[in-house]
Design a binder for this molecule. Sequence first.
Ligand code: ZN
Length: 92
Amino acid sequence: MSNLSAVSSISSVPTVVVPESVRFRAACPDCRARFELAAGAIRLAIGATSRTTFYSFTCPECDAAVRRPAGERIVELLTDGGVRTLRLHTSH
Ligand SMILES: [Zn+2]
């Protein structure tokens, strides 16, 4: 009598999937190239108003310094993804 039993031990520990490197899709307004940027390639500047809140990166295609306004959602997305955030303080 052969006793064959497949034992599958399924871990009940919930796993949280954290991507090793978050990538953001971006486009260059200069050369119109589309690419993905790592969090480390983007810098986010948060100013006092939404007008002075923007993110910037260097286009890997044409080397242009791109600066784009960042809305609340984008700010959240970028900070969650580990983008370096610079808080601009207004001197008063
Ligand atoms: Zn470009």
